[in-house]
Design a protein. Structure first.
Length: 200
């Protein structure tokens, strides 16, 4: 039921965004492909949230092994989605821990600013060119949950393995409900053209 509500939210969001930005509706966008991306991101976020919930009441502080069980599966799933669909699926943030998650384009910086300015905004898409490839990028906000604070709370209370392994860490001093970052799914135009060619 939770998945159904998330997916329904995504479809409503898609309709609303197209209403706000009519130019995108007329661009080379395959609605089925975008709906598929929304569903995939909602499932990815549910996976992240479900795995992280273990940390909320864990009796011991998180360790590197804990993170392999909680964070690694999300990264692996993002890679799987990228490979299966011809997308690029990433997590991006201004206050990142892993430099690979730094904001990577001016569009990404503007998208995060929109999420910061509007806490009710859950997602949006933009026509973008990424690494020379034109396409559409879907951004979906990530909010801080209580379970996230075990590793992303006060700077002084970060687990020892974080302090040791991420000397340039920026992902701390969050509070529950804060904007943590966003998912970014890039769908190349060529991929959309292929999807449209095989659709009945």
């Amino acid at each position: 039921m939770k998945w159904f509500l998330r997916f329904g939210l995504g479809l409503c969001l898609m309709t609303l965004v197209w209403g706000w930005q009519p130019a995108l509706a007329q661009a080379e966008v395959n609605p089925a492909e975008l709906a598929k991306a929304v569903e995939a991101v909602e499932n990815l976020d549910a996976l992240r949230s479900g795995l992280a919930s273990y940390l909320k009441d864990a009796p011991e502080p998180p360790t590197a092994d804990t993170m392999k069980q909680v964070c690694k599966p999300v990264g692996m799933k993002a890679m799987e989605l990228s490979k299966e669909n011809g997308w690029q699926v990433k997590q991006l943030a201004k206050k990142y821990r892993n430099p690979d998650h730094a904001l990577d384009t001016p569009h990404a910086t503007m998208a995060l600013a929109k999420f910061e300015q509007n806490p009710e905004l859950m997602g949006l898409w933009e026509k973008e060119t990424l690494n020379g490839q034109p396409g559409t990028r879907y951004y979906r906000r990530i909010n801080v949950e209580a379970s996230c604070l075990a590793c992303h709370g006060m700077k002084s209370s970060r687990p020892d393995f974080v302090k040791a392994n991420y000397p340039q860490d920026l992902a701390y001093d969050f509070k529950e409900g804060d904007l943590r970052g966003m998912y970014a799914v890039f769908i190349p135009d060529v991929q959309q053209a292929l999807q449209e060619a095989v659709s009945p």
